[in-house]
Design a protein around this ligand. Sequence first.
Ligand code: SAM
Length: 403
Amino acid sequence: QGAFIHTDFENIVKENDLVLVYISKTNIRPVVLHKNGRLNTKYGTFLHSEIIGKKYGSQIGKFLNSNQVNRGKRHIKKNKEEEDANNDEEEDEKKFGFIHVLKPTPELWTLSLPHRTQIVYTFDSSYITERLQINSLSNVIEAGTGSGSLSHQFSRSCGKLFTYEFHEVRKQQAELEFQQHGLLYQDYLDGKTDDKNTANIVINHRDVCKNGFLIDQVENIDADCVFLDLPAPWEAIPNLNKPGVMNQHKQVRVCCFSPCFEQVDKTVEALEANGWGNIEMVEIQGKNFEGRKRMVKTIDDAIKVLCDQKERRNMGTINYRNYKKAKQDLEEGENNDGHDLKRLKTNSTPADEKFNPFGKGMRVKEGDEKYEWSNVCKIESEIKSHTSYLTFATKIFKISRQE
Ligand code: SAM
């Protein structure tokens, strides 16, 4: 399908495209579109034909029947966080559900891919890509491939990616995904794609600790960047010295990704023993920043609200909730001998006539033009990353002016 964003960008969704359907923040689903296909979501079924022909980024919505609304409500209870993205609309229009159709990117793929292992997330992968100085001329070594999260990121930025996985089934699954996404170098060699820049992944079934990095298909890998996400990177590091593995004529960079400090210690020892320098360990702690609107509230209005409340308290005005209940009973003709109803009939100031400049007690949509807003930045309280420590190092294999 070759649908992954790499170099060019087709803006209209076509049949057979792989799209990422954004249902909510924590529910992004990869789907290959067929003209008779159907997509079942908590908002009901969307026909693929409703999506084909739309622009990438489009919202596709539908009015829900009561079953779907109830399912939606149950879902809200079950997973509040998941609703965040669609929350505002759901508040205002309870019966409207929607999805967004998005072009796959490595970042979105990381959020939606089928997990077969722990994966590297975008907070780390963006930093790693920058620190390893990966560019379109780089040959990159990655071990192990795992679920292929980082491989997608590397593939977009590098010249060629040599990725290694010793678990055979995992290797096959990753290979299939690379193929479906148009990223497999073998497909370029077989003439199945002519986009050499996109089809740049060479995947190998191999234990890099025991058998090193050299492969039959390629005489020299000449890598300038190495990323090791292995339980024992120190066992693989000596294999980088074998002729043909690393580029001998420029500064090369390595990054090892390890969850425990003891692993970092052993890795640093192996790097030093094998002539690597500039060793540095980094820990990424990522937070999302979100652009929001906050209602502007003037002190004068706030003071007026307080004065109004005090005045009504002095007048003995009924509390708003009791007022509403009593009013409802009155409208429905139900007997209500209670205190509130008597008050409602006799009271001079109904609670909803109070001074209300901030829409308090009403559903106000963020950005509603009736109110004044300022743009603010909201930061997630929770730290989303730290999965591992990153150990970086550099090396020049042949330091000689004659070369
Ligand atoms: N970075 C990957 C991602 O973002 O999806 C995840 C890698 S996963 C944590 C580690 C992988 O390394 C596992 O799939 C494991 O099978 C593989 N592995 C472990 N030791 C290996 C070795 N000696 N040679 C090759 N692969 C190895």
